[in-house]
Design a protein around this ligand. Structure first.
Ligand code: BGC
Length: 396
């Protein structure tokens, strides 16, 4: 229905460039030196590499920092993890808006996928099993009876080859990982490339590509937990969220889709008009009990697209920070940080509690390999998997 397909408007009244000019001017007027003049003024800064730690097997892990257009990104070679993502508020003050840890040990020992690249299959596959071309494949069960985010040692726990680049599109990193045939139970050797680009506007763009040596399934995503007021600053329930999705995929108690594409109308899953994340979280809708809040895939009205289209916007009223997401993918997992339970101490030393961050994971739908009516996640030799997601930051 046409009224269900309301486009998601650009979030920002103040353009990023105007804000940056104002910020640099304001600092100069106040007689304060900008912390790093080049990147405060929004100009690209060449990616810089520093050691972040060493894994038990002796492998060195690097942290890369890059900045452009006023956005600063810190990326680990381990898991392609976004360890920090700093953007200014409406007064030009920076905060790290992604949840994470200060040291490698915590990422290895306990991370609930903070900031990580997810593969080979983002989200759940029922009973960790699927059939393809008449053969059945068994994956590790690392989420109760099911397989989650690629199994117990998914792409989030692999060390990626990282190469910096500067191009007309901006500054960035190319991350490469080859997943061997049969790794985590998946067929085919999967050659994976992910480009993180920071554009002149301060957008963070992710381009995923993969090829395979044998028929397989692929669903790559990024698992940043956002808090636009700054990580460790409390819950995200006051963030205003809008998602251009008229349907969602209801799940069973194990968070596996039932196969139905249900209307969001008159449910807590209706974000077609902006509302706060907390608005309906305590509703008695049965689906909210399964995931202790929202942990659901929204069916994006635009479907699969060749170019990324804007599907979601978020605004945090106290800082004025905004983020919009554009993607080529047909689905968006909105996870309201329900399973954070105070057992993690984050980057700045504060404990993360339930709802202290949210994820918006662009993806094909969960359990697609077992759901013939969902868009296919099958990749065959000779074809290239491609997916793009762009995060744009601004202020209100
Ligand atoms: C899933 C959640 C899970 C979280 C961290 C999300 O993508 O949907 O159910 O708890 O990842 O593992």
């Amino acid at each position: 229905m046409t009224q269900d397909r309301a486009p998601v408007a650009a979030p920002s009244a103040t353009s990023r460039r105007t804000l940056l000019a104002a910020t640099a001017g304001g600092l100069a007027a106040a007689g304060l030196a900008a912390p790093a003049a080049a990147d405060t003024a929004g100009r690209p800064r060449k990616p810089v590499r520093e050691p972040f730690g060493t894994l038990a097997d002796g492998t060195r892990v690097d942290r890369w920092t890059l900045s452009n257009g006023g956005t600063r990104l810190g990326v680990l070679s381990y898991g392609g993890i976004v360890q920090s993502l700093e953007v200014p508020d409406r007064h030009g003050r920076y905060a790290n808006v992604s949840l994470g840890f200060g040291g490698l040990g915590d990422y290895v020992a306990l991370s609930p996928y903070f900031g990580a690249l997810i593969g080979r299959y983002g989200n759940r596959i029922a009973a960790g099993r699927f059939a393809l071309d008449g053969r059945t494949y068994q994956l590790p069960l690392n989420d109760g009876d099911h397989s989650l985010h690629g199994g117990d040692k998914g792409f989030d726990k692999r060390v990626w080859d990282v190469e910096p680049f500067t191009s007309a599109a901006g500054v960035g990193l190319t991350l490469r990982y080859v997943s061997g045939d049969g790794e985590m139970g998946y067929p085919g050797a999967l050659t994976t490339r992910v480009d993180y680009t920071l554009t002149a506007e301060g957008d963070w763009r992710i381009d995923y590509a993969a090829t395979t040596s044998a028929p397989t399934v692929v669903n790559l995503t990024s698992h940043v937990y956002f808090n636009l007021a700054g990580e460790g600053s409390g819950d995200v329930y006051g963030h205003e969220l809008r998602i251009a999705a008229s349907r969602y995929t209801p799940v069973d108690a194990g968070l596996i889709p039932t196969g139905e594409l249900a209307p969001v109308a008159r449910t807590p899953f209706d974000f077609r008009r902006a509302k706060t994340i907390g608005a309906d979280l305590r509703d008695d809708h049965e689906q909210l009990l399964y995931g202790k809040g929202i942990d659901h895939n929204l069916v994006l009205d635009k479907g699969i697209t060749r170019a990324p289209e804007r599907v979601a916007t978020v605004r945090e009223p106290s800082s004025g920070r905004t983020m919009s997401i554009a993607t080529t993918e047909p689905g968006l997992q909105f996870y309201s940080g329900n399973f954070l339970d105070g057992s993690f101490t984050g980057t700045s030393g504060r404990v993360y509690r339930q709802g202290d961050g949210f994820c918006l994971e662009t993806q094909h739908f969960p359990d697609s390999p077992n759901q013939p009516s969902f868009p296919s996640t099958v990749l065959r030799p000779g074809d290239t998997y491609r997916s793009t997601t762009v995060h744009s930051f601004g202020t209100d």
